[in-house]
Design a protein around this ligand. Structure first.
Ligand SMILES: Cc1ncc(COP(=O)(O)O)c(C=O)c1O
Length: 356
């Protein structure tokens, strides 16, 4: 099976020797990583991340993968400020599942090529009863789109005017293949309302399960309490491994290597789409991240059944819309270019085109 479904890095992206070496060095340097400890994460890594974001270490909470922290954050916000939850649509499906499980009323906000539509956001804020906004402004999962700088500014203005808590989920921002990064919502707003979340899943390895949150001071302790009551303390060995890798200045060179491997895959997918489906389908062209969003000339669910039988998989667009959005994304697909090799990508796109 050629997988365009897996939002996972290609095996070559994982620096096995480097990670093994950092892990050994980390446990030998600080055997305390084998014990219980602070629920908010390994102190040296917390301090390093705090310095990067220009905040106090107490405002950094390192969670067991970004997704665990998202779950804590949703639970805390819905407990503190019950109300409707705003998301852009399409959006990452796992948080949608968490919100459904929490019984939240989810409101889907429209997007276009520039990302989340500010007018749609303003209309919902004016209607009232909003708990928070969950957004992925950069190289969004699933669309690959990036919120423009102008829209970032209007989002922050609206958040300030309506006192709207925002979760900015940014695991892909550093996985950039070209161009300069836009300012984060967190930087533009100052971190009073916007929580910034990211992860080392895409920049080192997902199996480490190390994600981090930069929280408003009022929220940090509450999220840490949720972590303690859920798993006592997070896995320190992998957090200390990340710390060691950064202490050695190995993070940037490894990231540059990963960028090269993934840029070649992104280029292979766009090249194959142009060759095979030019004029018949349209797709996003992201400058980073893992995904392309393709609008198809056919029903995606039907195509998926036939594609899997032929040996290629993807995720159908409809899976990324909340139930409240009704029928949506039925002729769209998320194609991940992160996992398959460039030659598999070429072959997989040709297969999809022949089925279409
Ligand atoms: C948008 C987004 N947020 C969060 C995550 C969770 O990442 P992790 O739990 O591996 O840190 C992912 C993973 O694919 C993602 O795409």
């Amino acid at each position: 099976m050629i997988s365009f479904a897996r939002g996972a890095p290609a095996p070559e992206c994982l620096a096995v020797e480097l990670i093994a070496d950092c892990s050994r060095a980390a446990v030998q340097a600080d055997p305390a990583v084998l014990g219980y400890g602070a629920g908010g994460g390994y102190a040296p890594l917390r301090e390093l991340l705090a310095a990067r974001h220009g905040v106090e270490p107490s405002r950094i909470v390192i969670t067991s993968g970004g997704l665990q922290g998202i779950s804590f954050w949703f639970e805390e916000l819905l407990a503190q400020r019950p109300g409707r939850v705003l998301v852009e649509a399409p959006t990452y499906d796992r948080p949608l599942k968490q919100l459904a499980r929490l019984g939240a009323e989810v409101v889907a906000l429209a997007m276009d090529e520039e990302g989340l539509d500010s007018d749609a956001l303003e209309r919902e804020l004016a209607a009232g009863d909003v708990s928070f906004l969950y957004t992925i402004p950069t190289f969004q999962n699933p669309s690959g789109r990036t919120l423009s700088v102008e829209r970032r500014r209007s989002l922050v203005e609206l958040a300030t005017a309506y006192h709207l808590p925002v979760l900015e989920d940014d695991p892909y921002g550093l996985v950039r293949y070209e161009g300069a990064p836009p300012p984060s919502l967190h930087e533009l707003e100052g971190g009073e309302l916007v929580t910034y979340a990211s992860s080392f899943s895409k920049t080192i390895a997902p199996g480490l399960r190390v994600g981090w949150f930069v929280l408003p001071a009022t929220l940090a302790g509450r999220i840490e309490e949720r972590a303690v009551s859920t798993y006592i303390s997070p896995p320190f060995l992998t957090e200390a491994t990340v710390y060691e890798l950064m202490r050695r200045d190995a993070f940037e060179p490894n990231l540059e290597r990963i960028r090269g491997l993934l840029r070649a895959r992104r280029d292979a997918m766009i090249g194959a789409l142009e060759r095979e489906l030019g004029g018949r389908a349209t797709w996003s062209a992201p400058a980073g991240g893992y995904f392309l969003w393709v609008d198809l000339p056919a029903d995606a669910a039907d195509l998926l059944v036939r594609a899997e039988a032929a040996g290629v998989s993807f995720v159908k667009g409809a899976d990324f819309f909340p139930a409240s959005a009704g029928a949506n994304g039925e002729r769209s697909a998320r194609l991940a270019f992160s996992y398959a090799s460039p030659s598999e990508i070429d072959e997989g796109v040709s297969l999809l085109a022949s089925l279409l």
